[in-house]
Write a protein that binds this ligand. Structure first.
Ligand code: ADP
Ligand code: MG
Length: 324
């Protein structure tokens, strides 16, 4: 199968909303009047972002999910995406699974594939997403003020628990491992919540490299600091609500590490004034996504971690850095 047959068979679908989809030199997009385009790229590299054994449908899902997560963090509505794919061989069963997982998520968000590039090489997937947001309404990292609530959506730490179980550094009962692994391989981008938080959240970021590190981007951009209740973050670990979790007897230091700096969560961390608590709760209900308050922003720069009793925590947490 040649390059163009491969594209036609697995990736070229007629554009429904965009004026021009795959097949020409450029795709054409038509954001509505008064809207700004929100654009983001994320690349997944075999061996670095995923294991070669991952189910191709989950990989197709994740490649788009991590990109939609960036649109969510801006409060943008997905429009379209491009896919640049480097493949070592033409493996049709892999391509069928990958494109099925990719398009299932794309269709769920009404986000269409409008073009891309396909080449031979090490397995590497780069997606660029395009979304739209009313001019001036995007959620930014720089909008937080001292004295606001810090919230996190959904669950934290499960992806890191699964990764550590893969590495053999901890052991999880089989059912919990499957649940945590699904969170690692098949994250849920919080697009609906991001959209609902426009005009309510003062700043937002999505959690890809670890919650504290990503929150740090908000704190630096907004020139403030924060106090975080580490144990409130630990309650966000999805598998921790399972009755079998206690039997795994994982040390609190491991749980805090996973929740606070685990990475690969694709949740939203956002700030909002205390006066907006009811509005935040309403946005969460409308998006059918849980939110948890995990701390407050403060005037003094830096992060102060405390436990449920308010006592300082000295454990260090580093977020992920590809070049550190
Ligand atoms: P060019 O030579 O101009 O870079 P290509 O020959 O690479 O164009 O691609 C031909 C057409 O197929 C283009 O419209 C491109 O957007 C589309 N395309 C290539 N790879 C993909 C892909 N993986 N998914 C979707 N469309 C693709
Ligand atoms: Mg090309």
């Amino acid at each position: 199968m040649g390059e163009f047959d491969l594209i036609a068979r697995y990736f070229a679908r007629p554009a429904k909303r965009s004026p021009l989809g795959p097949g020409d030199d450029c795709a054409l997009l038509a954001p509505a009047p008064g809207m700004q385009l929100a654009v983001s790229s994320d690349m997944l590299v075999e061996g670095r972002h995923f294991l070669s054994t991952v189910d191709p449908a989950r990989l197709g899902h994740k490649a788009l999910a991590v990109n939609l997560s960036d649109l969510a963090a801006c409060g943008a509505k997905p429009l379209a995406f491009t896919l640049a794919l480097s493949l070592p061989t033409v493996d049709e069963s892999w391509l069928a699974g990958f494109s099925q997982g990719l398009f299932a998520l794309a269709d769920a968000h009404d986000c269409e594939l409008v073009g891309g590039d396909t080449t031979r090489g090490p397995l590497n997937i780069c997606i660029t997403v395009f979304g739209e947001v009313p001019a001036g309404a995007a959620l930014l990292r720089s909008g937080a003020r001292a004295g606001e609530d810090i919230w996190v959506s959904g669950t934290l730490g499960d992806a890191r628990l699964a990764l550590e179980a893969f590495r053999g550094t901890l052991s999880l009962p089989a059912a919990l491992f499957a649940q945590a692994r699904a969170r690692m391989e098949s994250p849920t981008p919080r697009v609906t919540l991001g959209h609902a938080l426009r005009g309510i959240a003062s700043a937002a970021v999505d959690v890809s490299d670890g919650m504290l590190g990503d929150l740090g981007h908000i704190l630096r951009a907004s020139e403030i600091g924060a106090r975080i209740d580490a144990d409130a973050a630990v309650t966000c670990i999805g598998v921790s609500t399972d009755p079998d979790f206690a039997a795994a007897a994982l040390p609190i230091e491991i749980l805090r590490l996973c929740a606070l700096s685990g990475g690969d969560d694709y949740e939203l961390v956002f700030t909002a004034p205390a006066s907006a608590r009811e509005a935040v709760a309403q946005a969460a209900r409308s998006a059918a996504t849980a939110v948890t308050r995990i701390g407050q922003t403060e005037r003094d720069a830096g992060l102060r971690l405390v436990d449920a009793q308010g006592a300082p925590i000295t454990q260090r947490f580093d977020s992920f850095d590809h070049f550190a």
